[in-house]
Design a protein around this ligand. Structure first.
Ligand code: FES
Length: 277
């Protein structure tokens, strides 16, 4: 389980400024419920000063705590001052967040930016992603979002990027592009692609499937309160049971055939087929 600070717990248990604001000057909306997190931020601005803020969110404890802390942070600030607030400021206001949950603070920064851009009459794009090209289809994350997160937070690995943006946390198809973006943002040479894996025996394949499920797939599903168990392996067919929040989830098909099958195809064999028991 995550180690949350007392401030996070307080904001989660008694969130401030929850709910829709009917007379808001502007609204910033980011994320998508299909991807697990979404935030709608309402700002009331008078004479260039943010007089009030409120939020609606669909997400975990840290998404609620980050949104609550953000509304407290922006109140009383000028629009220009608020525009300078970053995800690091939101995390700091909470006394820190587990690194696996930093994407919640990033979502707060993005919602604030979207709200202020809308107030200024600037183009905010779709609420599900900002400008740029989609790199991670599983979570609708663009190259611009990844470049910004890497530069802002000195990210070095794909895992870091997943913690801060969720990109790469699904089928793993986007990992090569994420690596290239990390290198671009850090001014380094792009990594050379990994050589094609050699053919595995049946026994080697079964062991590798178990290992990838245990070490890579389960931790990713557990990030959102889900889990998975291996039920059977028959040649290239892998049968699984979803557990926790994945059980009965409307997106379970996407989890099995996107995330689980995608990762196993990338790490074990490109012809693997995954289905639920
Ligand atoms: S496309 Fe990025 S994790 Fe699937």
């Amino acid at each position: 389980m995550w180690e949350y600070t007392d401030i996070v717990k307080e904001h989660f248990l008694n969130p401030k400024n929850v709910g829709e604001m009917k007379d808001a000057s502007c609204v910033g909306e980011v994320g998508s419920i299909a991807c697990g997190d979404a935030l709608k931020l309402f700002l009331k601005i008078e004479d260039g000063i943010i007089r009030d803020a409120s939020f609606q969110t669909f997400g975990c404890a840290s998404a609620i705590a980050s949104s609550s802390a953000l509304t407290e942070l922006v109140k009383g600030k000028t629009v220009d001052e608020a525009m300078k607030i970053t995800n690091k400021d939101i995390a700091a206001a909470l006394g820190g967040l587990p690194k696996e949950k930093m994407h919640c603070s990033v979502m707060g920064e993005e919602a604030l930016e979207a709200a202020i851009k809308s107030y200024r009459g600037e183009d905010v794009g779709s609420h599900e992603h900002s400008e740029g090209e989609i790199v991670c289809e599983c979570f609708g994350v663009t190259d611009e979002q990844i470049l910004h997160a890497v530069r802002e937070n000195d990210l070095k690995t794909i895992e870091d990027v997943t913690y801060y943006t969720k990109a790469g946390g699904g089928c793993a198809k986007c990992h090569e592009k994420i690596e290239a973006l990390i290198a671009q943002a850090r001014g380094e040479a792009a990594p050379t692609p990994a050589p094609a894996p050699k053919k595995l025996s049946n026994l080697q394949r079964m062991k590798l499937i178990e290992e990838v499920l245990e070490k890579e797939i389960r931790p990713r599903l557990q990030l959102d309160g889900g889990d998975i168990e291996l039920a059977d392996i028959d040649g290239l067919t892998v049968v699984v049971n979803l557990r926790g929040r994945c059980t009965g989830c409307p997106a379970s098909q996407a989890t099995v055939q996107g995330t689980v099958q995608g990762i196993l195809r990338e790490k074990v064999d490109p012809e693997i087929v995954v289905r639920e028991a």
